[in-house]
Design a protein around this ligand. Structure first.
Ligand code: CA
Ligand code: ZN
Length: 298
């Protein structure tokens, strides 16, 4: 088991970042992670000006994966996510869909116990997921708070235990990093935070030379979903839809008309998040439908 400590982290995904560890495909890897505020918020009384906002959204890594070359696809199986017993949420006049209703930023500590997070007097089921997971992007470094073709801050609820995230590789070794765990998060992440929490992520990574992707894909026990991020939700939705149609045509041999009809009849265009510098949408198709074609979509 290869273990990376939470202080081995970066704030931008970059081809220039020095790897903290080198692994081979198939190695078991555990990344310890702080929460998205670098664990700076320890009580609801912590004032927002006590938080160094230049040091938020850290990702543990980067990890160099032997044999991963530009043009390949990294298949990252999330074997396990462990989260702490205390999370944090924030409402703010500076971010979130309802920011016009708040002044400044205030924090709330969230108790996580017995499989639930206590939010506003309700028990919310704990479903741990990874907010930030990505590789070095093509070109200039991208802050870990932003999503893109390289992954990053996708804040996509489906990226949880048992899921596989497929990421296009742009730099030798891929340079994977991850962090920003959420004990729970709803689609949209409308206040700009999920139940932000420190924890650890157990991963097993494979390199696929037989696959080529423009944008990330996530596979769960139930669906395969293309993920796209763009300035507007409209653009992101359009891109995720096109990526799924392209996959259906390239990998399953469907015609454009067949892919379009199948998606319209059985697929789901969904919102991942609307609060990051770019918005993220996904297009999900059930594995029950995909299994009928007798070959793998991904
Ligand atoms: Ca996030
Ligand atoms: Zn987060």
């Amino acid at each position: 088991m290869i273990h990376v400590a939470r202080d081995q982290s970066i704030f931008s995904l970059s081809a220039e970042a020095a790897p903290v560890v080198r692994i081979r495909p198939g190695d078991a890897l555990v990344l310890d992670t702080t929460d998205c505020f670098s664990d700076q918020v320890q009580s609801a009384e912590d004032a927002p000006d006590a938080v160094d906002w230049e040091h938020i959204n850290p990702a543990t890594g980067p990890v160099f994966i032997e044999g991963a070359e530009p043009g390949d696809v990294l298949a990252v199986l999330i074997e396990r996510i462990a989260v702490g017993h205390r999370g944090v949420m924030a409402v703010s006049g500076d971010f979130g869909v309802l920011r016009d209703r708040f002044r400044g930023t205030s924090f709330e500590m969230i108790a996580i116990e017995g499989g639930s997070a206590q939010v506003a007097g309700a028990r919310v089921p704990v479903r741990p997921m990874i907010g930030v997971i990505g590789v070095a992007p093509e070109g200039a470094p991208v802050p870990c708070g932003s999503p893109g073709s390289h992954g990053g801050n996708m804040d996509t609820r489906l990226i949880g235990e048992g899921a596989t995230v497929y990421l296009p590789v742009f730099a030798p070794g891929a340079l994977l990093a991850a962090g920003d765990l959420h004990a729970a998060m709803g689609d949209g992440e409308i206040c700009g935070t999920g139940v932000e929490v420190a924890g650890s992520i157990q991963l097993r990574i494979d390199v696929r030379h037989d696959l080529s992707l423009a944008n990330p894909v996530v596979e769960t026990s139930e669906v395969v979903a293309t993920i796209a991020s763009a300035e507007t939700l409209d653009e992101a939705a359009d891109r995720a839809t096109r990526d799924m149609a392209d996959l259906l045509m390239q990998r399953l041999g469907l015609s454009a008309a067949e892919a379009t009809m199948l998606m319209s009849a059985a697929g789901h265009l969904q919102v991942s998040q609307v609060v990051d510098p770019l918005k993220t949408a996904r297009y999900a198709l059930s594995k029950g439908i995909l299994a009928q074609f007798g070959c793998d979509l991904i």
